[in-house]
Ligand binder design. Structure first.
Ligand code: MN
Ligand code: MN
Length: 461
């Protein structure tokens, strides 16, 4: 049923909503990149008895009901499985979210000096309104991998004592021409260069680019990094600072990367809460969704299918036919965000078919653009079964579209899993100002989403 979750929430529920929100805020603050999210989740699930797949294979272990397994792909995506009571060829209940978020990535040759200012050159990742990224405090997160294979982890700009970085914007006094430009041209991709220093190196010999030389000296002294080491680095520029409660009533959370960590977090928590179910439960936390699910760590890679095949083999169901059956008989929630209705931009939404902050988990039949193109248009039968599970478990859900027809659109990983012939629909949290450096969600929706995911894993037969 669609209603405002807060309206008749008893004190006990409000407390539960609040304490779950606090845990989530901590996750957001520790996981600003797919690698950091992967680390956080692996640490958390190992404590809950999840065992790494490769070690099971090496030790020739077999799997039975109640066993918990995880697999990590290149430090950027995680799969979790809790082996259920039924044969796996009868299908799994799968939650699938992504842990990459829009951001700016450093280029392979990022460092340069211009007019005694040192810069990092970037290439944006995912859909961003470029003008939103200027004049904000920014942090650097990522890894530099050196030729000897050792990894230097970078995380600068989050501690109060850390320096931050920023991209300059033109002062208003000189912006007459800039303000006449289209919003997509006000700040262009090549202008998204991060200012990282202004102090020349001191010493006897006169350096040509003394500010850049000074940065290189600091990088060498503090991190043992040479300029060439950026050739094999993945450094992400993200908004600096912590996620915060928003509003006098503290009903919302303003944070970086809600898309899609606000679904990834309740997905992995739901796996722990639901425990062992009738069907095998699976949680996919994948990388690269924001750039089309490409690459070895994106949903379109064979990693998921290969891992399911390994698990079937360890369970004694290891045939190609069992794998095909397992995938085709599965149910999946593509746990991804949708838009929340924004009264300031009312004309972009169809008010009858929109998601509202505080109205619970979103059950979305289709996404896509221009006549549902690129969407996975879920089956009515599957949606009916989900409605039934949500209602039975008193989960508040709503159904809406991203926005008005022909005004834009978007996609998720739903269509990729649907290729196996399984039931898939989109189902997650509505977000205000999605893909902005700071996005907003409702604590109530986060909580209902977690409850909805637990109900799905336990009760969808
Ligand atoms: Mn998303
Ligand atoms: Mn997105």
């Amino acid at each position: 049923m669609d209603k405002n979750v807060w309206k008749d929430a008893k004190q006990k529920k409000v407390k539960a909503i609040d304490s779950f929100a606090k845990e989530y805020i901590d996750f957001l603050n520790r996981g600003k990149t797919e690698r950091e999210c992967t680390d956080y989740i692996v640490n958390a699930i190992e404590k809950e008895g999840y065992v790494e797949l490769q070690s099971l294979i090496k030790d020739k272990k077999s799997l039975k009901t109640g066993d918990k397994v995880y697999a990590v792909n290149m430090n950027k995506s995680v799969l979790m499985f809790n082996i259920g009571e039924d044969a796996m060829e009868d299908g799994m209940n799968i939650l699938g979210a992504h842990i990459d978020s829009p951001r700016l990535d450093l280029k392979a040759n990022p460092l340069y000096e211009d007019s005694e200012l040192a810069y990092f050159d970037t290439h944006y990742y995912g859909g961003v309104k470029k003008y939103q990224w200027v004049t904000l405090p920014l942090a650097l997160h990522g890894v530099v991998v050196k030729k000897d294979g050792s990894t230097v982890e970078i995380n600068i700009g989050e501690d109060e004592d850390d320096p931050v970085f920023f991209i300059s914007d033109l002062l208003i006094h000189l912006a007459q021409d800039q303000l006449e430009k289209k919003a997509s041209k006000v700040i262009e991709g090549e202008q998204l260069d991060v200012i990282i220093g202004s102090m020349p190196v001191t010493g006897e010999k006169e350096e040509k680019e003394a500010v850049k030389a000074n940065i290189l000296k600091i990088l060498k002294d503090s991190y043992d990094i040479e300029e060439d080491d950026f050739h094999s680095a993945e450094i992400e520029v993200v908004p600096a600072g912590k996620a915060r409660e928003a509003g006098f009533d503290r009903s919302m959370i303003l944070g970086y990367g809600h898309d899609d960590r606000v679904c990834a977090y309740p997905s992995f928590v739901a796996m722990l809460e639901a425990g062992t179910c009738k069907k095998t439960s699976c949680c996919i936390l994948v990388d690269k969704e924001e750039i089309g699910s490409v690459g070895a760590t994106g949903m379109r890679s064979m990693f998921f299918e290969n891992v399911v095949a390994e698990i079937l083999a360890l369970k004694g169901e290891g045939s190609d036919l069992a794998l095909r059956r397992c995938l085709a008989n599965s149910n999946m929630l593509s746990s991804d965000v949708s838009s929340a209705y924004d009264p300031t931009f009312a004309s972009t939404f169809d008010k009858k078919n929109t998601n509202k902050l505080g109205h619970g988990i979103v059950l979305e039949k289709y996404t896509g653009a221009r006549g549902k193109s690129g969407s996975n248009d879920a089956n009515a039968e599957y949606l009916a079964a989900l409605r039934n599970v949500f209602d039975k478990n008193s989960v508040t859900y709503q159904t809406g579209e991203l926005g008005k027809v022909d005004i834009g659109g978007g996609g998720t990983i739903a269509y990729i899993l649907a290729l196996y012939g399984m039931n898939v629909t989109d189902c997650g949290v509505p977000v205000l100002n999605m893909h902005a450096p700071w996005e907003c969600i409702s604590k109530a929706d986060l909580y209902e989403t977690k409850c909805g995911y637990v109900a799905f894993l336990k009760d969808l037969i």
